[in-house]
Design a protein around this ligand. Structure first.
Ligand code: UD1
Length: 421
C-alpha cells in the first residue's frame, strides 16, 4: 500500500493548475447514459473515482475510450442495466446511474451503496422522488430494483433536505420523463448547475438553473444528443491549495479556477488574515502576518462546503486563538481530529462542533487517512509539522486529488509517495 512521506517546514512558491471537478464529472458521466450517441468529455480529473465510474459504464456495455483527462463515450452499446456491488461499494456516487438507467431503459438494478466513513449517507430521498415519478422500487439482495415500464412521469418533488446527488439523479430521470418535473428545495452547487446546463444544451427545457427550484420538461423517452462538455474547475481542490498557501505562510497562484465558486473559502481565509489577488481564472493567495482563528458552519452552497471543513481545520490548528467549527451535513465527519491531535493539534469535539485551540507547533508522526478530505487535511498539517509525517491509507486521496504529491512538490513541498515494505 502506498503512503506519503512529508518533511514539514518548507515554504511554497510558484503556481499550480487546478484540475476538473470530480464531483461535476461524476454526474456528467452518469448523464451520458441518457444518450445513445458518441460524445466527448474533456478536463476530467485524473483520479480513481472517475476511472471507477467509467469502468461501470464499460461493464454496462458502453464503449469508453479514456486517456487521463478526455473520455470518448458511446452509450449506444449498453446491453445491461445492472450496476454491481463490486463497483458501487468502491464508490458511493455510482448511485448516480440509477436515475438515467431507469429513465432510458425503464428498469435497472443498482447495488445499495451502504454507509461510509463520514456517516450513514442514506439514499431514501432519491428513491422517494423516483417513486413519485411512477417508479416501482424494491430493495432485494442488497440491490435497488427499479421499474417504470411505461416510462417515468413528471411530478412535483419536494426534497425534505437539500441533497446534491438526489437533485442530480432526479434531474437526469426527469430529462427523459413524460411531462414536467418540478424540484423544490433543489441543490444549487456549481456541479448541479453544470449538469443542468449539459442537459439543457442537449435540447431539454430546464428552468431555474442555479436556484432552489428546478423545472424540467422531459422528452417522453427520446434519448439526448450531447454537445462536448468541458468539466468545470474543482472548487475543493482549489480550496485545498489555498489552505496549503495559508498554512505554510506562502504566496502561491492557482490557475484555471472559478473564483466565484470558492468565495466561501476565500472569505474564511480572509478573516484569518490572508489576502488575495483575483483574476478571471486565476487567484494568488498572500499569507497572513499571523493566522487568526475562525468560526465556521458547514452548509449547502453558496455556504461553506463540508468538503473543505477538514482542510480549514488544519489551518485553524496553527492559528493564534480558538476556532469553532460546526459540521451540519454529515454526522461523522471529524475523523481527522484524532489524527491531527497526533501531530500535536489541540482539538476538542462536542457533538457536531469542534473547538480548535491554536498551537505554536506541530510535530511529524505516523497518521492514517480516513476519508478523502480528511486525508488532505493531514497532508496540509504535515507541510508545517516539524520532522517527518507519514500519511498512510492514501488510496482515499487518490480517489479525488489529481497528482497531489506532484503538484505540491512543484510548489516546493518535500513530499514523496512510498510503498509499504
Ligand atoms: C455530495 C458530494 C460530497 C459532498 C456532499 C455535500 C458528490 C459525488 N459528492 O455528496 O462530496 O460532501 O454532496 O455537499 O458530489 N441525505 C439523506 N437522504 C438522501 C440523500 C442525502 O438523508 O437520500 C442526507 C445526507 O446524509 C447528508 C445530506 O443529505 O446529510 C446531504 O447529502 P448529499 O447532498 O446527498 O450528499 P452527496 O450527494 O452524497
Amino acid at each position: 500500500m502506498d503512503y506519503l512521506e512529508i518533511v514539514g517546514g518548507k515554504k511554497l512558491s510558484g503556481s499550480v493548475t487546478i484540475s476538473g471537478a470530480k464531483n461535476a464529472a461524476l454526474p456528467i458521466i452518469a448523464a451520458t447514459i441518457l444518450s445513445d450517441k458518441a460524445l466527448t468529455l474533456t478536463n476530467l480529473p485524473n483520479v480513481v473515482d472517475i476511472r471507477t465510474l467509467l469502468k461501470l459504464l464499460s461493464m454496462l456495455g458502453a464503449s469508453v475510450d479514456h486517456n487521463e483527462t478526455t473520455a470518448h463515450i458511446n452509450n449506444g452499446f449498453i446491453n445491461s442495466t445492472k450496476a454491481v456491488y463490486e463497483i458501487v461499494s468502491q464508490m458511493r456516487a455510482s448511485i448516480l446511474v440509477l436515475g438515467p438507467l431507469l429513465a432510458r431503459f425503464g428498469e435497472c438494478e443498482v447495488s445499495l451503496p451502504g454507509g461510509c466513513a463520514i456517516g450513514q449517507r442514506p439514499i431514501d430521498l432519491h428513491l422517494k422522488a423516483l417513486e413519485s415519478m411512477g417508479a416501482h422500487i424494491e430493495i432485494k439482495g442488497g440491490y435497488v430494483r427499479a421499474e417504470a415500464k411505461e416510462g417515468l412521469k413528471g411530478a412535483k418533488i419536494i426534497f425534505d433536505k437539500i441533497t446534491v446527488g438526489g437533485t442530480e439523479n432526479i434531474v437526469m430521470a426527469a430529462a427523459l420523463a413524460h411531462g414536467t418535473t418540478t424540484i423544490v428545495n433543489a441543490a444549487k452547487e456549481p456541479e448541479v448547475v453544470q449538469l443542468c446546463e449539459m442537459i439543457r444544451d442537449a435540447g431539454v427545457k430546464i428552468e431555474g438553473i442555479g436556484t432552489n427550484e428546478l423545472s424540467i420538461e422531459g422528452t417522453a423517452g427520446k434519448t439526448l444528443a450531447f454537445k462536448p462538455v468541458e468539466i468545470i474547475p474543482d472548487r475543493i481542490e482549489a480550496g485545498t491549495y489555498l489552505c496549503a498557501g495559508a498554512i505554510t505562510y506562502s504566496s502561491i497562484t492557482l490557475h484555471k479556477v472559478n473564483c466565484g465558486h470558492i468565495r466561501a473559502t476565500i472569505d474564511k481565509l480572509e478573516s484569518m488574515g490572508c489576502s488575495f489577488d483575483l483574476k478571471e481564472d486565476s487567484i494568488t493567495i498572500h499569507p497572513a502576518s499571523k493566522l487568526k482563528p475562525v468560526n465556521l458552519i458547514t452548509i449547502e452552497y453558496p455556504g461553506f462546503p463540508t468538503d473543505m471543513q477538514a482542510q480549514l481545520m488544519a489551518v485553524a490548528v496553527i492559528a493564534e486563538g480558538e476556532s469553532l467549527i460546526e459540521e451540519r451535513l454529515f454526522e461523522n465527519r471529524f475523523m481527522h481530529v484524532s489524527e491531527l491531535n497526533r501531530l500535536g493539534a489541540d482539538v476538542w469535539l462536542k457533538g457536531s462542533t469542534a473547538a480548535v485551540k491554536g498551537v505554536q507547533k506541530l510535530y511529524g508522526a505516523d497518521v492514517m487517512a480516513t476519508d478523502l478530505r480528511a486525508s488532505s487535511a493531514l497532508v496540509l498539517a504535515a507541510l508545517v509539522a516539524e520532522g517527518t509525517t507519514n500519511v498512510r491509507r492514501i488510496y482515499h486521496l487518490d480517489r479525488g486529488y489529481d497528482d497531489l504529491e506532484g503538484k505540491l512538490s512543484k510548489l516546493g513541498a518535500d513530499i514523496k509517495r512510498k510503498r509499504e515494505a
